[in-house]
Write a protein that binds this ligand. Sequence first.
Ligand code: FE2
Length: 244
Amino acid sequence: MTIAIECQPSLDELGAMTPEEFVGALRSVCSAPGRGMANHPVVAAVENGTATLPQLQLFTEQFYLHIRNMLPWIGQIYVRCPYEEVRLTLVKNLAEECLGTFTDTKAHPELLLEFGSAIGLDAEASRAKEQLLVGRQLTEYFEFMSNCRPWYVALAAIGIGLESFVPDTFTRLVAGFKLNYQLTDEQLVFWTMHILADQEHGDEGIEIVSEYATTPEARRYVYECTVETSERYFDLWNIFQSVD
Ligand SMILES: [Fe+2]
């Protein structure tokens, strides 16, 4: 589902907002139906136990392929970012995503496949699968942002449009997975480790906006791309509804 951007603030309005107001406005737009992960139908379906195993398996497989295939575009932001301190943060993020370095776990895509195995997904077969259209559209949007927009745009889109919603959303999913699907803590590491890891990202979004997206034009790029990212993310998660 894609929703047209309604009542987008003007350039003057975007420039006049404080970073906190700007991030708050974007978060509220990204919480609307059809956008992002907040109150996504898959969350309700897990909470009330109506999501079937084939639905959760497809959701997990396509989510895995997206997070695995989008990591190179984080590397591309590293290449294009001129600030050493931000590049250092990006290298740490990549080390964590690719190796689980700082949480002493594993590559995050591997952790998601382990969850998949716990719900009956064939993990080895999933590695070789193609991304379906909605997944490709999200992954390729990261490729577009990383190459064709200022370096901070994709970072802001991830931090404000996605990760700032992770603690609430993943907490609800974990409760549903335990209650309705009898999954154990060990099988839910992908979800639980992100609840802790992403607790700071709301503030990081404010920091990126206040330090780097300082002109009205920069804010417009961040605004438009964050909203579009959240719509494509919604569509990816909604893939669970395409099977019974
Ligand atoms: Fe991750």
